[in-house]
Write a protein that binds this ligand. Structure first.
Ligand SMILES: O=C(O)CCC(=O)C(=O)O
Length: 283
């Protein structure tokens, strides 16, 4: 029987993740931390409003991806001990934070995420990759919480096509090109400060926000250092726990205190987004 510290996963939670390909909910941030980060997120969106208003959901990655490399407060979420303890329970003691994405859906927006498998286009092997999806607002079926099809991470990969639907939050509108049995779907309901964890190969997606409450969360992709990406340029990451003896990723330092992804760090942010996307978009 595993002795769990407050934020390490219990043996039965680890088994559930291995069996189902996800775990939900897992406590992460305190109410104070949620409030602080939500204020910063709101401020970041307000400062980028003109840019965002001109972009389709599928193009917003330019603003919402890889902010952990340039914004100290996002790096704070990515290195939060409760988040890392849970991820360490699944991936082991050496952890890299490779990619992050803010997924926000405001009431009335048409933005959705089609059924997809991340493993199809991330080009990462072996699949020692876990996403922590950290909620800053309540997430449920009415405002378009994430949905998963349990157990699909253990089945053969499904065919996927690119639709370029502009309302799809995924940059190429990638969707599974086969019947997904939605009767098996599980809603990942989260309270603010809770997170879900999901496997790189689980079938997942989310509907539009038809409720009255914004749905805002940060998806953080953690990898073990031995993971290799088939990529035109070495992918970037931040070492967040343990050590990296493999050198498969270019390790960047934690962001500077003044970095906010705008102003002095805008060019740096854009270059990192471009580099990470080059690895993801590769066929
Ligand atoms: O937030 C969503 O609805 C989708 C998130 C997602 O696809 C992911 O984190 O891999």
């Amino acid at each position: 029987m595993t002795i769990a510290t407050p934020s390490r996963l219990l043996a039965e939670q680890q088994r559930a993740f291995e069996r189902d390909g996800y775990l939900c909910p897992v406590p992460a941030l305190t109410p104070d931390e949620v409030q602080r980060h939500l204020a910063r997120y709101t401020d970041y969106v307000a400062r980028n409003k003109a840019r965002l208003d001109a972009l389709a959901p599928s193009q917003k990655f330019q603003v919402f991806s890889e902010t952990h490399f340039v914004m100290p407060w996002v790096h704070e979420i990515v290195t939060h001990p409760r988040v890392l303890d849970a991820v360490e329970s699944l991936l082991g003691p050496n952890l890299l934070a490779w990619n992050t994405n803010w997924f926000s859906k405001m009431p009335g927006e048409k933005t959705f995420v089609s059924w997809h498998q991340d493993g199809t286009y991330w080009n990462l092997t072996p699949p020692n990759v876990v996403t922590a999806w950290v909620a800053l607002t309540p997430c449920d079926a009415t405002n378009g919480c994430m949905r998963v099809i349990p157990g699909t991470h253990t089945r053969p990969a499904m065919p996927q096509r690119e639709t370029y639907n502009p309302d799809n939050a995924l940059s190429r509108g990638q969707e599974i090109a086969a019947k997904v049995d939605e009767s098996q779907a599980v809603d990942l309901r989260l309270a603010p400060g809770e997170m879900s964890l999901h496997h790189i190969w689980i079938v997942h997606g989310s509907n539009a926000n038809t409720g009255a409450v914004p749905r805002i969360g940060l998806a953080i992709r953690y990898v073990r250092p031995e993971v290799v990406q088939d990529s035109p340029a070495k992918p970037m990451a931040i070492l967040v726990r343990g050590q990296d003896k493999h050198g498969n990723f270019e390790l960047l330092p934690p962001p500077r205190p003044r970095g906010d992804g705008a102003g002095d760090t805008a060019a740096e942010h854009a270059a990192i987004v471009e580099r990470i996307r080059a690895g993801i978009l590769k066929k």
